[in-house]
Ligand binder design. Structure first.
Ligand code: SF4
Length: 350
């Protein structure tokens, strides 16, 4: 017999009674204030969602405070969005204002609805990952601070979603966010023979390389630098493939990705800036360039145009021209599987 129901607890068991009554019967929803959405069911019952931006890393004390608020204002019911916002599900309109006041007291901003800047998705970075090239939560905090005002605005051309990943494994949603920031290596790994021979399984290590750049050498391995694309996969399976390099490791910025099917099809992000120095604790170069891209989009995009839609309309040439970002040979994708994506006509748009 097939065993079922082996995943997490069924969410239906935790639905608020009001949502259970109206499950799948929602008639309208509209934003009635910054960070507040009113949903009305077919029976006429209203539900108010109060959305607060929250840090991804939170102590048990913070969790208790949030639960206390949920108990006080929404009978204990809240949910988390995919961008780690907290949504309080309020059934009595008069409780919205005191809830927002409490959230502000706790330092949790209320906003992120409609055409606004959403909370940044970021990977755990150095919290517990050995592959991360950058301190992703630190970059996210610096960027949140820089773009804070946009979280409360509902007048951007469209939604603005930003994601940060510490390495090319891309925990997060960099490939389908309007702006993605990725930590990158720029040198092949150095082989530490002692660690490789004592700790690593050589066939697994060789198989981990997507470009077949690793080959056996005695009891250890060697790397063909011409084939290496600095992905760090080998380091993930074997700590003897030392790839971290403070001098060359960097950040890169990617633009134009989206996951939704709304208006235009989903799209992958593309490289905008291949190298920015890794300068903690505030990463000024990365913040400056991200703000530059956001502000250029704000100034030129039409209503409803996500970052990628805007770039497709004005052309990539114009994007580089308007943002002042230099176009270099690093922007040309010469990977073997990229041939079908090449432009094959002479019709450039300016
Ligand atoms: Fe292969 Fe990536 Fe390791 Fe380079 S960094 S050797 S491409 S697995």
């Amino acid at each position: 017999m097939t065993k079922t129901n082996i995943g997490p607890i069924n969410y239906q068991l935790m639905l608020p009674p009001m949502i259970k009554r109206n499950y799948g019967k929602w008639k309208t929803h509209r934003i009635i204030d910054t960070g507040v959405i009113e949903h009305v069911s077919q029976s006429g019952e209203p539900l108010y969602t109060v959305r607060a931006g929250a840090p991804k890393i939170i102590s048990v004390y913070g969790v208790r405070e949030i639960c206390d608020l949920a108990d006080k204002f929404c009978d204990g019911y809240l949910k988390f969005t995919s961008r780690t916002n907290i949504e309080f599900l309020v059934t009595q309109k008069e409780k919205i204002a005191p809830l927002i006041a409490e959230l502000k007291r706790m330092g949790l901003p209320v906003g992120g609805t409609g055409y606004s800047f959403k909370t940044i998705i970021q990977c755990p970075g150095w919290l517990h990952c050995h592959t991360a090239i950058i301190d992703s939560p630190g970059v996210a905090k610096a960027l949140h601070d820089a773009l804070y005002d946009y979280f409360f605005r509902d007048d951007l051309p469209a939604k603005l979603k930003i994601a940060i990943a510490g390495c090319l494994n891309m925990c997060g949603a960099i490939h389908c966010s309007d702006i993605g920031i990725i930590g990158m290596h720029r040198r092949p790994p150095r082989v530490n023979d002692e660690i490789v021979t004592k700790l690593c399984e050589i066939p697994t290590l060789i198989a981990s390389c997507p470009t077949a750049a690793i080959r056996p050498k005695g009891k250890s391995v060697e790397v063909n630098p011409d084939r290496c694309m600095y992905c760090g996969n080998c380091y993930t399976v074997c700590p003897g493939m030392e790839i971290h390099d403070p001098e060359y490791d960097c950040l890169s910025i990617w633009v134009g990705g989206k996951a939704t099917n709304a208006r235009t099809p989903p799209a992958f992000s593309r490289l905008a800036i291949p190298y920015l120095p890794n300068h903690p604790p505030r990463w000024p170069e990365t913040i400056k360039q991200t703000k530059n891209i956001v502000e250029t989009w704000l100034a030129h995009a039409k209503e409803g145009e996500r970052m990628g839609d805007w770039i497709e309309r004005i052309s990539w040439e114009r994007f580089f021209e308007l943002t002042g970002i230099p176009f270099t040979d690093k922007h040309i994708d010469d990977f073997i599987f990229s041939v079908p994506t090449f432009r094959t006509t002479t019709q450039f748009r300016y």
